[in-house]
Design a protein around this ligand. Structure first.
Ligand SMILES: C[S@@+](CC[C@H](N)C(=O)[O-])C[C@H]1O[C@@H](n2cnc3c(N)ncnc32)[C@H](O)[C@@H]1O
Length: 199
């Protein structure tokens, strides 16, 4: 399995999302594109992939919305459909207490859980990697099976988050010579792993 964790620092966590202004809702447009690029191929879902969106914008942080390719059903890859699902998740999860999780629909869960908590859990069971333009080249890096990737939103990963990841023993890799959009990264990462047959 491949897992992605997107740190969406400004993504709104209260359910009153304006679907006509995803940019203004803490760059939910970007979040939806990352979810789509992590889970979809042409006419196909990547059943071996999970993406967690760690949202810490106003007013009910932290919120973790997780999408599971293995059980995902009925959502198309377009931004608006994914945004509607996130809105529904935030609505269902509005009164969760810290540590609680709820099913939203097949393949989607919402939890009141912080980015740091999830990342720490993953570091104990999986090869934890963060995507950064100044890391080791993806083409020389030795992957283990079931890797977990952390990536930032338009703000990138804060320095203190990088230090936290370093302390957990996470590896830092780059996908190429240019700084990419967050939504480009899962596609490139998947392609590299497909070629190396790392699942
Ligand atoms: C738009 S970039 C962030 C740019 C931000 N201004 C910064 O300085 O980090 C969003 C995220 O994509 C990932 N990313 C972008 N380019 C990358 C590259 N060449 N290699 C690996 N990851 C990259 C990183 O996780 C980054 O946090």
């Amino acid at each position: 399995m491949r897992e992605f964790i997107l740190l969406a620092l400004k993504a709104k966590t209260s359910p009153n999302i304006n679907l006509d202004d995803l940019v203004g809702e803490g760059r939910l447009d970007l979040v939806c594109r990352v979810v789509s690029s992590a889970l979809f191929l042409s006419h196909k879902i990547r059943r071996d992939t999970v993406i967690h969106v760690a949202m810490s914008g106003p007013r009910l942080p932290p919120k973790m919305v997780s999408f599971y390719g293995s059980t995902w059903a009925g959502i198309t890859p377009d931004e608006k459909a994914i945004a509607e699902t996130i809105k529904k998740a935030l609505s269902k999860g509005a009164s969760l207490a810290l540590g609680e999780e709820k099913d939203v629909q097949p393949g989607v869960k919402v939890a009141k859980k912080a980015f740091e908590t999830l990342v720490k859990e993953k570091s104990e069971t999986s090869q934890l990697i963060y995507l950064h333009p100044k890391g080791e080249d993806v083409r020389t890096f030795k992957f283990e099976q079931n890797p977990v990737f952390v990536l930032g939103d338009f703000l990138g990963l804060p320095k203190k988050t990088e230090k936290f990841l370093d302390r957990l023993g996470a590896k830092k890799i780059k996908l190429g010579p240019n700084v990419l959009f967050s939504s480009h990264c899962p596609v490139i990462m998947h392609n590299e792993l497909d070629r190396k047959e790392v699942y």
